[in-house]
Design a protein around this ligand. Structure first.
Ligand code: WTA
Length: 654
């Protein structure tokens, strides 16, 4: 066990105290969640805590009725807590907005009225949100949840084609967007992308009837008659002090869909439930951040991803927290912008990704020397494995050897953290690079290919062996894919054994600590963002010169990994720098800039099996200087030699 670190006396590590709490949670799992759910407001309590009758379609708090607004907003209104600031919003251009719980409640009620009465959104309808990091994004999410509709937030960095695909899959008739936003001093015209997406969706049979546009910039965009409406104009028509009662939702209704990448080209619409998600994230937020009434809290993620849903919107609001919401890039106008904001607002809890830490560390410590970071109390990280040296930098330089590092392992599918230290219960001794132990109520393990438990130090697959309330309810419109993706690999339905498979490699050490080793499937984590290699390949082959493509991740010192595209060209095309650039541009256009390949490598043949399957593992092995293993199934062994040369010269260019 590593030595205990010199924390403030509130966080003296105590493994035993934590383990006692943890073990007690498992003694009566359902009783544990029942008690935790009762801390929240419900219209009606449940008849059954967990319905296991149709696995893996578990149902939490069956018979219960609630609305997340009751716990995120309404419970603060009419009490002195309504005056607390919900969000300090910081725009990239230096503009600021401060929104109290009371103001947020007013806005949400008015927008709920607008959606219901003017736009005609009803219970169960899906609404797509394509918004930058502005307060209207949480306002829209809460309003949609309030009236019992389902939000599907699409990250504002995605292209119009990616947006269209998500609109079509969710069959959204209504989209909420903005005219644009600032990114590194440039103006991003979001509305134009929405217009393109709406046209593409129409070609695929889904008609978006209404587009609501928030004016973030000068409003100089094209508006379509009878389809596009300005948010501020609609809001001006709604009564000032309208109250829209939160719709009574079943615990098992869907709160939101959030698309994430998997191992096919089609993104998965992950569905989260009203009651289970609410209960789980309320508790995990408390365990992770030990919230206190005067805290200033900052999760520096984008609401377009699950981290933002749980840790910028619903989690902090359910705890009456004051959050920072930041619109801009982490190093613009200067590499100290993040730390300057921490200093200005006296941030106590700060949660971010290893990619951001690596980026800021690279700029050098001179950017932190003259800022006062003494307000910080807890630091968090999420999204990818954190390198031990980056962990130490975070701990020493940002946390001044006094803040626990809360490394949280989880997924879009899990709702909130699953493995992580829990200073809100009892801090366990920390180890740089380990997400430590499962949170209460979570039965996690590391197992081998044959399903048996891995020995300490032996690499295996991370699995979860009991349902938890924050679990996804399924994949929108695709129940079979839900079973196949998450519940097939290690389950044994005949024996009634159901095991959740997250597709991450992990190892446990002799103290039982979990170390996450990366994805076990064809999904990349690019700067912490989850992008499927097959999605990238599908995008690349839309370029007219490309015949076939294989995408793999190559290590990157800042972004963790970046895609490398190995492509073959059609007859009549020859490799060139221009063509490589065009292919990168195609990816930007089809998916978005975050997915842009680092390099495009041209070969005559891809390594394929006789049945035509691309053997990405050969390319990966070459990139990492590992033995390429068995190649007997290759259709044409000569592909290997050529590829080897290409990858060797690529590595020299890194
Ligand atoms: C990876 C993000 C190591 C992992 C919340 C997981 C991590 C995927 C960690 C989910 C961590 C997340 N350490 N790896 N602390 N947190 N991951 O859905 O591969 O965008 O399966 O959710 O990120 O990515 P997603």
């Amino acid at each position: 066990m590593t030595e205990a670190l010199p924390f403030d006396e509130r966080y003296i590590p105590s493994l035993n105290e934590y383990l006692q709490y943890y073990e007690k949670s498992l003694d009566d799992l359902e009783g544990f969640w029942d008690g935790n759910a009762r801390q929240l407001k419900w219209y009606r309590y449940w008849d059954v805590v967990l319905d296991r009758s149709n696995p893996p379609f578990y149902k939490w708090f069956v018979g219960g009725e609630t609305n997340i607004n009751l716990n995120a907003l309404d419970r603060w209104v009419g009490t002195s807590l309504e005056n607390r600031v919900a969000y300090y919003w910081v725009g990239e251009d230096g503009s600021r907005r401060t929104i109290s719980y009371r103001e947020l409640f007013r806005e949400v009620n008015r927008f709920s009225f607008v959606l219901k009465e003017f736009i005609g959104v009803g219970k169960g309808d899906t609404v797509t949100l394509y918004l930058p990091m502005i307060p209207e994004l949480p306002i829209s999410m809460l309003s949609i949840a309030r009236i019992g509709a389902i939000h599907s937030v699409v990250f504002s960095g995605f292209s119009s084609a990616a947006l269209a695909e998500r609109i079509v899959d969710a069959e959204s008739k209504v989209v909420v967007t903005a005219d644009g936003f600032y990114r590194r001093g440039n103006i991003i015209n979001l509305k134009e992308r929405v217009d393109e997406a709406v046209a593409m969706a129409r070609d695929r049979g889904v008609d978006v009837e209404k587009v609501i546009v928030v004016k973030r910039l000068d409003g100089n965009v094209k508006m379509h008659m009878n389809r596009d409406y300005w948010y501020h104009e609609l809001m001006a028509e709604a009564p000032q002090k309208v109250y829209v009662p939160p719709e009574k939702m079943k615990s098992t209704d869907i709160l939101f869909i959030l698309y994430t990448s998997g191992t096919t080209g089609k993104p998965k619409g992950i569905m989260h439930s009203v009651g289970g998600y609410m209960t789980y994230i309320y508790n995990v937020f408390k365990w992770n951040w030990d919230p206190r009434p005067e805290d200033i809290y900052w999760c520096a993620a984008d609401i377009g991803w699950i981290t933002g849903h749980t840790y910028i919107v619903y989690g902090p609001l359910m705890h009456n927290m004051t959050s920072i919401m930041y619109e801009g890039a982490p190093d613009y106008p200067k590499p100290d912008i993040i730390w300057r904001i921490v200093e200005e607002y006296g941030v106590n809890t700060f949660y971010t990704s290893p990619t951001l830490l690596r980026l800021l560390r690279k700029y050098g410590d001179k950017w932190i020397e003259n800022v006062d970071l003494s307000s910080l109390r807890i630091l968090g990280t999420v999204g990818e494995p954190i390198n031990p040296d980056v962990w130490k930098w975070y701990y020493e330089k940002i946390g001044r050897n006094a803040c626990p590092i809360v490394d949280t392992w989880w997924q879009t599918e899990t709702g909130a953290a699953m493995l992580s230290p829990a200073p809100g219960i009892a801090l366990v001794p920390l180890k740089p690079g380990s997400a430590t132990l499962p949170l209460p109520g979570i039965v996690a393990d590391v197992i081998k290919e044959d399903g048996s438990r891995s020995e300490p130090g032996e690499k295996g697959y991370l699995v979860v062996k009991e349902p938890w309330p924050g679990m996804l309810m399924g994949i929108w419109g695709d129940p079979d894919r839900y079973i196949n993706t998450y519940w097939s690999r290690f389950s044994d339905p005949e024996k009634g054994i159901w095991i959740y498979y997250p597709a991450d490699y992990a190892v446990r050490d002799s103290d039982g600590y979990f170390w996450i080793l990366g994805r076990a499937d064809e999904v990349l984590k690019i700067a912490g963002h989850r992008i499927g290699t097959i999605e990238l390949e599908d995008a690349i082959i839309t370029h007219p010169a490309v015949s076939e493509a294989a995408v793999v991740g190559a290590p990157d010192p800042v972004k963790g990994e970046l895609p490398i595209a190995v492509v073959t060209l059609k007859e009549g095309y020859t490799p060139s720098e221009e063509l490589a650039e065009e292919i990168k541009e195609t990816v930007r256009r089809v998916i978005g800039p975050i997915a842009t390949p680092k390099k495009v490598v041209f070969v005559n043949k891809l390594p394929k099996t006789r049945s035509g399957k691309i053997m990405r593992r050969i390319i990966i092995a070459m990139l990492h200087d590992r033995p390429i293993g068995d190649t007997s199934t290759l259709e044409d062994p000569s592909a290997v030699e050529e590829l080897k040369e290409a990858i060797e010269s690529l590595k020299k260019s890194f």
